[in-house]
Design a protein around this ligand. Structure first.
Ligand code: ZN
Length: 348
């Protein structure tokens, strides 16, 4: 009589990339948009801020002076979390006190000389310059003999702990593989060994047939809310082809990457008519000079907002101690994002 339905009944969803689960409670969210939607007045930022350490011509905290850059600007982080000259060493006392030294380096890329712009407000041409920097950095950092992984990520918004609104991202390159990469690599390899194609090729094909969680697409990429999403408006950008890393993209594919990055982030900003905070990062093959047929480039977007510009989701209680949980389903979130305009609300 009572048939299990994803849209009505509490259930767990499996993330085949990480092997982890999320608890979904749709019965609590049957009226998700009746709550008040508050509008936050976005702070008006100047085009140039004399106190910003990323603006052109300014002196950074470490004492170095930024050039008068016109497009993007790449530099080594003055307060890097990883250092290239760390001596190698290891401690292991019966597996109870286990530590290893780590080598690496950290870079910062300013997306634009303009202090007041973000990706959704930039042109495709200017976003493409950022993507070319990413490709070049992945390639060059990957050539350093001790580097095995290059992590490109963007932290946007003070709610995500981003200390400076000047549009920028970071690249941390390191010797060991980080935990999220190890998790995904394990599951991607198992899938590839068993089926002979990448997990994300099969997943994307199935999602394109279902058309339930797609947000937007172009010739090269698909943006969707993954079936197993944890954050209310979590998204992934998946390459249609199983491309291993960003350095392998053609010029046209780089344009398409700029396009999908803009399409998705414009919709994000339009959702609550605010500059939408998130952490974004690339997952791609480790830069360890191995083949990696199992890898399939994708981007993860983890935004914290739940109901408005001021109501965020907290990962506390059950989520810290058991596993993540959400009310609004991935399908409802995708529908909301898909229905939004791809013209930025401030330009209307
Ligand atoms: Zn991933």
């Amino acid at each position: 009589m009572n048939v299990f339905k994803l849209e009505d009944h509490p259930h767990r969803r499996y993330n085949p990339l990480t092997g982890e689960w999320v608890l979904v409670s749709p019965h609590r969210a049957n009226r998700p948009w009746q709550g008040q939607v508050e509008k936050k007045e976005d702070e008006e930022l100047p085009r140039y801020d004399p106190d910003c350490y990323l603006c052109p011509g300014n002196i950074r905290a470490g004492g170095k002076k930024n050039p008068d850059y016109k497009d993007t600007f790449v530099f080594t982080n003055d307060f890097s979390s990883l250092l290239s000259d760390t001596p190698t060493g290891r401690m292991d006392e019966n597996g109870l006190f286990l530590a290893e030294s780590e080598q690496g380096l950290c870079k910062v890329i300013c997306f634009s000389p303009r202090h007041d712009l973000t990706i959704p407000q930039m042109s495709i041409d200017n976003i493409k310059k950022v993507i070319k920097d990413w490709a070049q950095e992945y390639e060059e950092l990957g050539k350093i003999d001790y580097i095995n992984h290059v992590q490109i990520f963007e932290n946007k918004g003070s709610i995500m702990g981003c200390s400076n609104p000047h549009p920028h991202c970071q690249i941390w390159a390191q010797k060991s593989l980080p935990v999220e990469i190890i998790k995904e690599q394990k599951h991607l390899s198992e899938y590839y060994d068993h089926y002979g194609c990448t997990l994300l090729s099969a997943y994307l094909e199935a999602e394109l047939l279902k058309q339930e969680r797609i947000i937007c697409t172009n010739d090269t990429f698909v943006a969707l809310v993954p079936f197993w999403a944890v954050w209310p408006f979590e998204a992934m950008v998946i390459c249609r082809q199983p491309v291993k890393n960003i350095a392998s993209f053609s010029d046209k594919e780089k344009t398409d990457l700029a396009d999908i990055y803009k399409q998705l982030t414009v919709r994000y900003d339009n959702l609550f008519e605010t500059s939408f905070p998130y952490s974004m990062g690339f997952h791609q093959a480790p830069a360890d000079r191995k083949e990696h047929p199992e890898w399939h480039l994708h981007m993860h977007f983890y935004p914290p907002l739940l109901r408005s510009a001021t109501v965020k989701k907290f990962m506390v209680g059950y989520e810290m101690l058991a596993n993540p949980q959400r009310d609004i389903t991935a399908e409802q979130s995708a529908f909301r994002l898909r229905s939004l305009s791809n013209v930025h609300y401030t330009s209307k």
